[in-house]
Design a protein around this ligand. Structure first.
Ligand code: NAP
Length: 289
């Protein structure tokens, strides 16, 4: 039995059918069981739980061989409570229940001194997992196509002005959530990934301008682009930090996408684990549909 915490996340939703098709029994943890009807219909067992309630997690891990965590509460602005303390509690419950493998979805660039709290928290959880007795795999994906590219795509599709962060020229190895799910399956099955941390990215290094270009070509329409400089992004982040933490973090993340290194060299990883990575065009086609 595999417990997926974050079953309704972008990779979680894609992981459920993959595991069920391979014959795994799946327990899908969620705070909103009604949102997982598709998983129930595939045969997954739905478990109502919350990473902020450690007492629910021992039951969630009961009889489980592997736990996958793709949880984040960045949308609820509860990173300390959920991404950090919640993942700690889940790890502890997994250890106490005799779970043999813990797969944690972190983020590319997670580091102790990172300017963005999400990346620092991911690093803290990574350290905690690495110092535990459990066999682990940590995946560090680059930015998801379904989060960041789709955001741009929706603006192009609806004919609205497109905001581009920075000068639009920073290459990013955007990855499809489907491919993150594929690497989770590999982590569960291939012992070469036991006690390993693996950075994963998509097949292309695309700049934000190239992402807009792609959606424009697909829609056969030009959009108006507004460039927000990295200096402006920094200023907005500082301004909002005084009264709106979530908005401040959003501008910090936008700054990161505009200015940091997001190029993941996948050549060695693909030699070892030959995954046919999904192109943005395929993800964009389904978004536009
Ligand atoms: N999006 C990106 O660009 C990106 C890039 C790199 C890494 N990541 C990482 O990839 C993972 C998935 O990201 P995503 O963008 O797909 O996330 P998402 O769509 O926002 O989903 C978040 C998940 O966290 C669960 N969750 C939130 N609060 C919870 C709580 N208190 N207790 C239990 N579950 C809770 C939600 O479950 P319910 O609502 O069903 O309870 C949901 O399944 C995250 O760990 C994220 O940090 C994302």
């Amino acid at each position: 039995m595999v417990l997926i915490a974050g079953a309704s996340s972008k990779p979680g939703q894609r992981l459920i059918p993959m595991l069920i098709q391979k014959g795994y029994r799946v327990r899908a943890l969620t705070r909103h069981p009604n949102n997982l009807d598709f998983a129930r219909s595939l045969g997954a067992k739905i478990f109502e739980g919350d990473l902020r309630q450690p007492e629910t997690l021992l039951r969630a891990c009961d009889g489980v061989e592997a736990v996958v965590s793709t949880v984040t509460a960045i949308g609820d602005n509860l990173l300390q409570e959920v991404d950090q303390a919640g993942n700690h509690s889940l790890m502890e419950a997994a250890q106490r229940s005799g779970v043999s493998h813990f797969v944690f979805v972190s983020i590319y660039g997670a580091a102790q001194n990172h300017p963005v709290d999400l990346f620092r928290i991911k690093h803290k959880v990574e350290e905690y997992i690495q110092s535990s007795r459990i066999t682990y795999t940590i995946l560090r994906p680059a930015a998801f196509m379904e989060t960041w590219c789709a955001r741009i795509g929706e603006l192009v599709v609806s004919g609205k002005r497109v905001t581009v962060w920075g000068n639009g020229k920073n290459p990013i190895s955007f990855i499809a959530a489907e491919d993150v799910a594929r690497f989770i399956v590999i982590a569960l099955e291939d012992s070469r990934l036991s006690n390993k941390t693996l950075a994963i990215g998509g097949p292309q290094n695309l700049t934000l301008d190239e992402v807009v270009d792609l959606y424009e070509r697909m829609m056969r329409r030009k959009s108006i682009r507004r460039y927000v400089s990295t200096a402006q992004l920094r200023l907005m982040s500082r301004f909002y930090s005084m009264f709106d933490e979530a908005k401040s973090r959003f501008f910090e993340m936008s700054y990161e996408l505009a200015a940091s290194n997001w190029r993941v060299d996948m050549s060695e990883t693909l030699r070892q684990y030959p995954v046919n990575l999904t192109c943005l065009q395929d993800v964009a086609t389904s978004t536009i549909k």
